[in-house]
Design a binder for this molecule. Structure first.
Ligand code: MN
Length: 740
């Protein structure tokens, strides 16, 4: 049994090859039959295991597609071979590399494009024709790929009965919305009509069949009428020596149906159901005008219906004269007049164009042919629609040779298509969906796998954004995104945050000032801001808002500013005493366990000169009235007492201080460069989320000196911060600040 089936397959496949070759011979200007044979056998071999929904061997489909390419598009043997191979990558074990090795990169490239269209466009539910078209164009590098794809679609439409109803409707919809208009724009009139009628039949079978029946019933009457118009024209033109063919064929059902719907008229009242076409056997386009003159001697033309597409061709290359004349019984009749070559282009569009070039002995060059450029120019016009929302400049910049390379097309989990510039990341995608999604984006899954936010999206990726309500844009994001939308939103958000922090800082300062019953003018604030190296008081408020400096420091400086002499105020570095005083207001007390104590609470305070923190070797001095004053053992003010083993000294050690924070100060020197203050505060905050109490920087002669006070847990914590600060570019010294 198996043997005989193979045998039957063999016979029918051989006869299919012969029909295909016959088509190639009669329609193609030139054909490398070896190439077509080779592609045919490769196709039959590759698909030998599978069958179509109709039960036929699968290879019958690519072969039929190849026949459509040969007959209805009639371009070249390359596109016929590509049509034979168009489903090999998708449906068989053979790879793109196999095709490349066997048939070269031109054919492989076309097959690759067609495969991508099938793989991406058809496995997603694409919501609008517009996006589908964009996607299609982004996947094509060779015009022939779209021609093969159109032929593929036509054959699928011809055999659509084998599919389940829902699938039929989806494919028909797509055909009507995308492929038929594409065929039209490419000038493939016959393909367009057939695609439309086949889709019409699926989508509205009732209207289709009743219209077909009505046309059938009125056929005899209609044909008789056409004859009444054609006969006199035929005689008249021949008398004047013209050689031509004249036909009167009805238009396709779908366009008639549209007319009945659009005009709201019954079929009987629509007279331009057919067009009479005169095809002149000449290369001289002047004869078209001559023929037009002769026709108007017989029938009165309607002047406003005259269209000269010879002098001004349509964008898809269509050339012809159109006129509507008043025929017998006063009915309007449309007449089209064109030469044979104009007719070929009208029927086969872009393909015929290249065919003529090939016939003239010029191989269709796809890259540097000026006439091809015209066609490509037209393809580019499609892109104008796409770029309408973009700045004209951006469009112009993206034009030249990277038509398909500048953009990527990606999908939402629901299959909605999003167009993004090349290099776009999941963050761009998130902002493209909704600013709120962008705002809270913490990551993304691409094709089901988690990727970093910096991942560069690829056409066809399906992207799912992961969000968290705690997430918010940060400065880094500006470098991750490429789209204008995302960039401007992130900037807007950061500016708004800055404004809020500034407001907080201002309110905090004003609250303290009110408590102290101090009135401060804007000028005074500006002066303090400048003294602290801030651009203006807004920047000062911001620094307070984010905790870089404290309101107390500002108040301190304001007081000093108003009371001190001009010389004194020229240096704005507060003394350690001032700094420590400020610190003391918020520092938490700790229990210090000294050797001589027996559990009785100890009255103590920290020495202002050295600000001890846990980890420091400490010593206490007994004072009159204020208990123990705690010093670091290294503190200069007590060195004499230590050496003399003064009786008022008490050895101390730290008790349990876990979780407590202590004030420490650092003196930093280095090069005064832009961004230095930012780098310093960033390094500190980044280290265990250390809180900065204040920062004061004074600069002179290209150098700066600054004092930073901060909250630390112990000496180890402080040591880590010092290490970080020393690594900053341009920082010379970082030392713990002690009194001189
Ligand atoms: Mn196919």
């Amino acid at each position: 049994m198996a043997v005989s089936v193979t045998h039957i397959t063999q016979i029918s496949s051989e006869s299919l090859l012969e029909s295909l070759l016959a088509d190639c011979r009669s329609f193609l200007p030139r054909c490398d039959e070896q190439l077509v044979r080779k592609a045919f056998h490769f196709c039959v071999e590759a698909h030998k295991e599978s069958v179509r929904a109709s039960g036929e061997p699968y290879y019958t489909h690519p072969v039929e597609v190849a026949r459509i390419v040969a007959r209805d598009i009639a371009l070249d043997d390359i596109s016929v071979a590509a049509a034979l191979l168009h489903d090999v990558i998708e449906d068989t074990d053979f790879t793109l590399q196999d095709i490349q090795a066997e048939f070269g990169s031109t054919i492989a490239d076309i097959v690759d494009s067609v495969t991508k269209i099938s793989g991406i466009a058809e496995n997603q539910t694409i919501t609008t024709a517009e996006t589908y078209r964009k996607l299609l164009l982004s996947l094509i590098r060779d015009v022939r790929a779209i021609l093969v794809k159109l032929a593929d679609r036509l054959h699928n439409m011809r055999t659509i009965e084998a599919l389940p109803p829902e699938r039929r409707i989806q494919i028909a919809r797509e055909t009507l919305d995308i492929y038929a208009p594409f065929a039209h724009r490419l000038g493939l009139a016959n393909l367009k009509w057939e695609l439309e009628d086949l889709a019409f039949k699926v989508l509205n079978p009732e209207a289709y069949f009743s219209l077909a029946q009505a046309l059938q019933e009125s056929r005899v009457e209609r044909e008789a009428y056409i004859q009444k118009v054609i006969s006199p024209i035929e005689r008249h033109l021949r008398q004047h020596g013209l050689r031509f063919e004249i036909t009167g064929r009805p238009k396709n059902l779908y366009s008639i149906y549209q007319k009945t719907v659009v005009r709201g008229k019954p079929l009987e009242e629509i007279y331009d159901l057919f067009a009479i076409r005169i095809i002149l056997d000449t290369e001289d386009s002047n004869e078209c005008y001559f023929a037009y003159g002769l026709v108007t001697q017989l029938f009165t033309p309607i002047p406003e219906r005259f269209k000269d597409f010879i002098a001004v061709p349509k964008k898809n290359g269509y050339r012809s004269l159109h006129t509507t004349v008043i025929g017998p019984e006063g009915r309007p009749v449309e007449i089209q007049i064109r030469t044979r070559s104009m007719h070929e282009i009208a029927e086969r569009g872009v393909a015929a164009h290249f065919r003529y070039k090939a016939a003239q002995g010029v191989a269709p060059a796809w890259n540097d042919d000026p006439e091809l450029e015209e066609w490509i120019q037209w393809v580019r016009e499609l892109f104008e629609k796409r770029s309408r929302e973009e700045a004209a400049q951006e469009f112009l910049e993206s034009l030249p040779l990277n038509l398909y390379q500048d953009e990527i097309y990606v999908f939402t989990p629901k299959g909605e298509l999003k167009r993004l510039p090349k290099g776009a990341t999941p963050l761009d995608f998130a902002f493209a969906i909704h600013t709120e999604i962008g705002h809270h984006c913490i990551g993304a899954k691409v094709n089901g796998r988690i990727v970093p936010l910096t991942y560069k999206l690829q056409t066809g990726d399906q992207v799912e954004i992961l969000t968290s309500k705690h997430q918010a844009p940060s400065r880094d994001w500006e470098h991750i995104v490429v789209t204008h939308k995302a960039k401007s939103y992130i900037r807007r958000y950061l500016n708004e945050q800055r404004r809020l922090k500034q407001q907080e800082g201002q309110q905090a300062l004003e609250k303290r000032l009110r408590k102290l019953h101090l009135a401060v003018s804007d000028e005074e604030l500006e002066r303090v801001a400048r003294a602290l190296k801030y651009e203006n008081r807004a920047a000062l408020f911001y620094a307070i808002g984010i905790g870089t400096i404290s309101p107390e420091l500002v108040i301190n400086l304001l007081r000093r500013d108003s009371s001190a002499s001009p010389e004194a105020s020229s240096s704005c570095l507060p003394s350690l005493e001032q700094v420590a005083e400020i610190a003391r207001q918020q520092a938490s007390g700790v229990e210090i366990v000294g050797t001589p104590t027996d559990g009785t609470p100890l009255l103590y305070s920290y020495a202002r000169c050295c600000n001890p923190i846990p980890g420091d070797e400490i010593v206490g001095i007994i004072t009159i009235g204020s208990g123990l004053r705690v010093h670091r053992q290294t503190c200069k003010t007590i060195q004499d007492m230590l050496q003399n083993n003064h009786p008022r000294l008490v050895p101390l050690r730290w008790g349990n201080v876990a979780g407590e924070e202590f004030i420490a100060a650092l003196r930093i020197t280095g090069d005064d460069r832009p961004g230095m203050l930012h780098d310093i505060t960033k390094a500190i905050v980044a280290c265990d989320r250390t809180n900065i109490r204040s920062v004061n920087i004074d600069s002179y002669g290209g150098l700066f000196e600054g004092v930073v006070t901060l909250y630390v847990r112990n000496t180890e914590h402080l040591g880590r911060i010092i290490e970080k600060l020393r690594k900053i570019h341009g920082v010379h010294t970082v030392v713990r600040f002690e009194s001189p």
